[in-house]
Design a protein. Structure first.
Length: 158
């Protein structure tokens, strides 16, 4: 460990699980990613918002699946490319996010983090911790707990 790291006690980087939906990339704390599955049959649930894709059964549990692009109000091309399902866990609650592709695990330097841009939708800003630019890719780092709590509140509010 470097001397400056020992003195400050701050992390100089953080590991993120990176995935993409359309042209938008997102990062999650790896500790919240339980597993990645192939998209199976998602069962629609009546009287839920459009951004709730439905539920799946995985390992004996019924897991809700959220369409992040719809939830955040970001323009999208098509849902046809959603080939992977990321199962996330916050405490004892699990939920899924359908995505186009998994980019992988990436070490992100703390000094490269930027505040989330104000032009992004408010729902996205409220669920993000920061953003980082990588060549031609903008990665929004999500706060999994905030995403769960806010999406649950929006469903309950109707």
């Amino acid at each position: 460990m470097s001397e400056s790291k020992e003195k400050t006690g701050k992390k100089e980087s953080q590991l993120s699980f990176i995935f993409a939906i359309g042209k938008q990339a997102f990062g999650l704390p790896p500790s919240t990613v339980l597993e990645v599955l192939s998209v199976a049959n998602i069962t629609r649930v009546p009287f839920t918002p459009d951004w709730v894709e439905g539920v799946i059964s995985a390992r004996g549990k019924v897991i809700p699946v959220i369409d992040l692009i719809g939830y955040f109000g970001i323009e999208q091309e098509s849902k046809d490319a959603r080939t992977r399902l990321i199962i996330l866990g916050v405490g004892d609650i699990s939920f899924g996010i359908a995505c186009d592709r998994i980019i992988g695990m990436e070490e992100i330097e703390t000094r490269a983090l930027e505040e989330t841009m104000s032009h992004l939708p408010k729902t996205l800003r409220d669920c993000s911790k920061a953003q980082v630019k990588r060549e031609d890719l903008l990665i929004v780092l999500l706060d999994t707990k905030a995403l769960l709590e806010q999406s649950r509140d929006r469903v309950q509010a109707g």
